[in-house]
Design a protein around this ligand. Structure first.
Ligand SMILES: Cc1cc2nc3c(=O)[nH]c(=O)nc-3n(C[C@H](O)[C@H](O)[C@H](O)COP(=O)(O)O)c2cc1C
Length: 328
């Protein structure tokens, strides 16, 4: 495998295996509409010419799931025209684009959401960023779980209407779905509880099913999977390999591997592909393509990971944030 060769995911053909991973820019308007500055940011990176797939930054599926100010919104139909302009701009460069959709759960503040924060359990989020208020979330009721699932499905429909090539469900970096997956934040005893991997992934299963029903068989659905917390008592690599098989069975077409409660950095690790032990464990178990991101800074490092079959696609984030022409 080589970084600059064409590759197909389902029916979507990418011109390279190079991915711009989702990175929040806070360039949307205060309401969450795509701004000219946001379009310009993505256009500059697509125009760099080498990116096969852009995954746009996390967008909130509902006000209650909003993570931060000036975050992109996928929460109402009126965002669609602005996003259509964004996808048309990126497509001019023969670059594919999928949208990441997210619910922050307890990784936010009521000052941002305008209502009490909620999560799988009443546990302080261990992955919360410095500066977030120490708010203990309310435990989600069955009705609130159903509502959040519908919000994901409704957001996925907007993603499709806006012309994106696919949708990515965010289950990493300590956000809501990760809170259900991680034993550090899921202390439930019901069917969504910590008792088994199937229970910890039940909300994922239900969301994947509802999203699939809403967008159709051919549409690309990715999951950004925070496979391991790298924290005592947290989710493990061994579990990630099993969980990945379930996510594939539930309908994921692409697994985008990153960290869990440790977020996108891995404590004590700076090497190229610092999540590649995790992506390799997942890739060995699934037949859908796998992305690895984290610390990759040269084409040689990317190709080395591909040759060692640690992943099928390579995400390069912060270098592109600093330099839109990194790919050249
Ligand atoms: C400023 C910033 C914002 C980010 N926002 C998101 C996001 O919205 N969704 C997500 O899944 N990851 C997000 N990430 C994580 C990146 O996708 C990526 O995993 C991380 O930067 C590690 O890759 P790198 O070493 O190539 O930068 C963000 C990272 C940074 C630096």
């Amino acid at each position: 495998m080589n970084l600059f060769e064409r590759v197909s995911i389902k029916k979507t053909e990418l011109k390279t295996r190079l991915v711009l991973p989702p990175m929040a820019t806070a360039k949307s308007t205060p309401e969450g509409y795509a701004s000219d500055a946001l379009c310009d940011y993505y256009e500059k990176r697509a125009a760099g010419g080498k990116i096969g797939l852009i995954i746009t930054e996390h967008s909130f599926v509902s006000k209650r799931g909003k993570a931060s100010a000036n975050q992109m919104s996928m929460a109402s139909d009126d965002v669609i025209p602005g996003l259509r302009k964004l996808t048309e701009t990126i497509h001019k460069y023969d670059t594919k684009v999928i949208a990441q959709i997210n619910h922050a759960g307890s990784a936010t503040m009521s000052a941002v959401t305008g209502s009490a924060i909620i999560s799988a359990s009443a546990v302080l989020n261990p992955g919360r960023k410095a500066g977030l208020a120490d708010e203990i979330p309310g435990v989600m009721t069955a009705e609130q779980i159903r509502a959040a699932e519908k919000e994901f499905a409704d957001a996925a429909v907007r993603v499709k209407k806006a012309g994106f090539d696919g949708v990515e469900i965010h289950s990493a970096h300590g956000y809501l779905l990760n809170q259900f997956y991680s034993p550090l934040t899921n202390k439930r005893t019901d069917e969504y509880g910590a008792g088994s991997l199937e229970n910890r992934l039940r909300i994922h299963k239900e969301i994947l099913q509802q999203v699939r029903e809403a967008v159709g068989e051919d549409y690309l659905i990715a999951v950004r999977f925070g496979g391991c917390d790298y924290m005592e008592g947290g989710s493990t690599i061994e579990e990630a390999a099993e969980a990945a098989k379930l996510l594939e069975r539930y309908g994921a077409d692409l697994l985008d591997i990153s960290g869990g409660m440790c977020r996108f950095d891995r404590p004590g690790h700076k090497e190229a592909g610092y999540f590649s032990d995790l992506s390799k464990a997942v890739k060995d178990q699934v037949s859908v393509p796998v992305i690895v991101t984290g610390g990759i800074r040269t084409v040689e490092e990317a190709n080395d990971l591909l040759e060692k079959e640690k992943a099928d696609l390579i995400g390069v984030g912060r270098p592109f944030m600093k330099n839109p022409n990194w790919g050249n």
